[in-house]
Design a protein around this ligand. Structure first.
Ligand SMILES: [Cu+2]
Length: 337
């Protein structure tokens, strides 16, 4: 009888604690709402483990609180407690329960990982290249962009690699992290389920500029995505001025440079409006100077500006895009007009 009453009291405490923890877990703003199918599966596993954790937390903490209050020794009680030796049934129970839990969690994770790794027949392939301190994304038609654009509800198979040190691809709303390792290419599937612009960040400490290594993943309506891709392609094969402007915009130059022709006002790097003086100082023809500044930005750092800030990924640009970019900047960055 006494035991029954104790059990009910512990159970009451456990239910109260469990309810409190569940409220904190459910109403706390812990995770972004999943924006991809893959994230949905990962969230499912996270919720299973959260529920298991809450149950264990409630039972263990209830037992501790009950014991601390109920069995507290009186201030003047110096006697030893009863000497207890083993309890086989208890030991079997506390071995079997965790084993079952761990096996169930492994199965749930394995199913989620397997489903997330499955290739859809209509997937698009996108190459992702990381370098200190920027990302570049290349599409199958040759377009390269500093932001990742994805069509809604269609699987994108990202082929991720790095050029210098280890970086890591992370869009919190997509749930997955994937290391980007020089010399290796890893695949990652993303099937976006929500339109929007999501932060895309490097989540592997990769050097001094690690904290600025971020861009966006933009999920678009499929038709708008196809149009964007085709427009980029068309602009790239159009007159050099237009092609160069597209390359300039796609690769995020505007974030760091002021350039009147492109309406850019960035202030991290020097203005590109008047490069003649810099070219003369470097003893190079204007176009050669611009090309070298883009492909090997650290060879000569502009006076008063830090080296290693301008990304080196632009050396990866397809030759025709690089040519168009150089021509475009040379045309509009002579100064003195
Ligand atoms: Cu990085």
């Amino acid at each position: 009888m006494r035991k029954n009453k104790q059990f009910i009291q512990v159970a009451m405490i456990a239910i109260i604690l469990g309810a409190l923890a569940a409220v904190v877990a459910y109403f706390g703003d812990w995770l972004p709402a999943p924006a991809s199918r893959e994230a949905g599966r990962i969230w499912f596993v996270i919720w299973i483990s959260t529920i298991v954790s809450i149950v264990i937390f409630a039972i263990v903490t209830a037992a501790i609180i009950y014991a601390a209050v109920k069995f507290r020794a009186a201030p003047d009680d110096d006697t030893d407690g009863p000497s207890i030796h083993g309890h086989s049934r208890l030991e079997i129970v506390w071995t079997i329960i965790p084993t079952v839990i761990v096996v169930l969690l492994s199965i749930a994770s394995a199913v989620a990982m397997h489903d997330n790794g499955k290739a859809a027949p209509d997937r698009i392939k996108i190459e992702g290249i990381a370098q200190q301190f920027s990302f570049a994304f290349k599409y199958e038609n040759g377009v390269q962009s500093g932001t990742l654009r994805l069509p809604l509800k269609r699987q994108a198979e990202l082929h991720l690699t790095a050029l210098d040190v280890i970086h890591s691809f992370w869009v919190p709303d997509f749930g997955q992290k994937q290391d980007m390792v020089p010399g290796q290419t890893f695949k990652l599937n993303v099937t976006p389920t929500r339109l929007g612009t999501y932060p895309l960040i490097c989540t592997e400490l990769c050097g001094l500029g690690h904290s600025i290594m971020r861009t966006s993943a933009i999920v678009m309506e499929p038709a708008a995505f196809e149009k964007w891709l085709a427009d980029q392609k068309a602009a790239l094969s159009g007159p050099p001025g237009e092609a160069g402007k597209t390359v300039f915009t796609n690769n995020g130059c505007a974030a760091c440079h002021a350039f009147t022709a492109a309406g850019a006002t960035g202030a991290v790097g020097p203005s590109l409006d008047d490069l003649s003086a810099s070219a003369t100082a470097a003893g190079q023809p204007l176009e050669d100077f611009i090309r070298e500044s883009i492909v090997a930005p650290n060879k000569v750092a502009a006076k008063g500006y830090p080296a290693n800030v301008m990304p080196q990924t632009f050396a990866q640009l397809p030759e025709d895009q690089l040519d168009a970019l150089v021509t475009y900047i040379a045309e509009n960055g002579k100064g003195g007009s």
